[in-house]
Every structure is written in C-alpha cells, then in structure tokens.
Write a protein that binds this ligand. Sequence first.
Ligand code: NDP
Length: 268
Amino acid sequence: RGEFMAATAACRSMEGRWSLAGSTALVTGGSKGIGHAIVEELAMLGARVHTCSRNAAELEECRRRWEDKNLRVTVSVCDVSVRAEREKLMDTLRQTLGGKLDILVNNAGQSMVKAATECTGEDYALVMATNIESCFHLAQLAHPLLLRSAGGGASSVVHISSIAGFVGFPGLAVYSMTKGAMNQLTRSLAAEWAGDGIRVNCVAPGGINTDIAKDMDPEIVKSQATQLPMQRLGETEEVASVVAFLCMPAASYITGQVICVDGGRTIA
Ligand code: NDP
C-alpha cells in the first residue's frame, strides 16, 4: 500500500490520472490502421512514442506528419516476425527513449484468410511468428526496461488481439489460434508480473475500418456491418482510446483483462 500511495501521489489530480505526460511507449505497426491511431492517441496524451513497421518510406512520411503536429514520435524499420530484428528494435529503443519504457503495445499483426486445409507450413509459421512469437519475445525483451518505471501500476503492456480469439470464423483458423493465445498470454503475464508493478492487458477489436475492410467489397462490408448490434464497423480511434485508458494511471488497478471493442459483436 505504501508503494502504491507513493507512486500515485504525483498523479492524484484529475490531470495526472488521465494523462501520459512523461511516459515513453513502443507501439509496433504504427504506420497504418489501428497502430497509427494508437501512436497518435498516446502522443497527444503526452507520451514520447517509438513505432516501427516494415516500410521505410511510409514510416518516414508518418514521422514527418507527426512532427508537423508537434507529436514526439520516432520511427525505425523492423519486421517483428524476425527474432534478430526484434532484438535490434530494443537496442534502438534504448537510444531513442533513453532506456526507459513505460508502455509496450504489441499491435503489428498478420491476417490470413485461408481454408485450414489450404494453409501451408509457411503460412502457419508466418502468422505464428508475427502475431504470437513476437508478442511474447517483445514482452520478454521489454521487461527490464518496464521494471525501471514500474511501481503502483505505472508500467503497462497492451496486446491487440481480436474477437477471432473468442469466436469461430471460417478461414481464420491459424489467425484465431494466435489471437486466442494472445488473450491467454495476457492473463499469464499479468499474474507473473503483477508483483513487479507491470500491468498487462489486451484489447480485442471486432471489425475496424482499416485497410483490411478497404480491400473488401463495400457491399459485403456493409451487409456484415448491419448485422452488428451497433450496425457499423468501428473506427481506429475507438480502439486507440481504450488502449490509452489502459496505459494511464486511471487504470492502475486493471490487469489481466481482455476488453472487446466490437460494437457488441460478441454479445450478439
Ligand atoms: P493494418 O494492416 O491496417 O496495419 C498493420 C500495421 O502493422 C502496419 O503499420 C503494418 O506496416 C504493420 N505490420 C504488419 N506486419 C508487420 C511486421 N511483420 N513487422 C512490423 N510491422 C508490421 O492492420 P490493422 O490496423 O487492421 O490491424 C492491427 C492489429 O489489429 C492486428 O494485430 C490485427 O490482427 C488486429 N485486428 C484488426 C481488426 C480489423 O478489423 N482491422 C480486427 C481485429 C484485430 P507494414 O505492412 O508496412 O509492415
């Protein structure tokens, strides 16, 4: 209790509880979609953010736009499915964020829509490496950095899984396995790291309006969306705001939770 009181003394004000000022964050896959919105949300709330993806030109364009908006965001190229690149990313982070990390958001993901009988060994390995192996390894690598700012629930890991981790969808067998595994990894790490002052939570989006939806036939998207209780797809900002909340002092007693942001899809 003493540790909690000391750690939260500085953020008992309304402003402190709902702010990320002074925090540092790593968000994977921030050049597009949900990750891009998370980077902006965390940076607008005062965090210094580092993000990565595989496309250098696209990342540089994002970095310039963020600079124009006075957001403190650094970028580097990293394919999170490759172990050596994940290790290099952490080395970069020690330089760019001064070796201090308060927030890790494992967002980069590989979707794969294919009948289970058609999936090759390469398909399986790619989805596993990108979605679950990277998530576990990046959390492992980040642990010593997160420990430095831990205390009173100040350090936070958030995984972006999917409602496919709960619900069966045809063509998503391997993807769903990884997302279900992310949900369980969240609970296990939360139990293991609670004593270290590191909170671990997960956000499971339903259909969100990103490139995934833009690539689909608009009529199919519309008909699927109208079957949802809220009758529309979600927007990236609607996922980002939940991630930001989970990282804030305001959420200091929440750990090991998987929160669906799905317009009611999993209650329907
Ligand atoms: P997008 O395809 O819009 O964006 C994905 C981002 O991750 C891009 O910046 C991409 O950049 C990056 N990325 C992808 N693979 C890698 C990799 N191997 N290494 C580094 N960066 C990578 O996807 P979404 O925003 O839609 O999805 C984000 C997360 O949300 C994923 O984990 C996804 O599974 C999950 N999700 C999405 C839903 C949706 O409806 N959109 C629903 C449920 C969950 P680049 O390709 O240049 O590397």
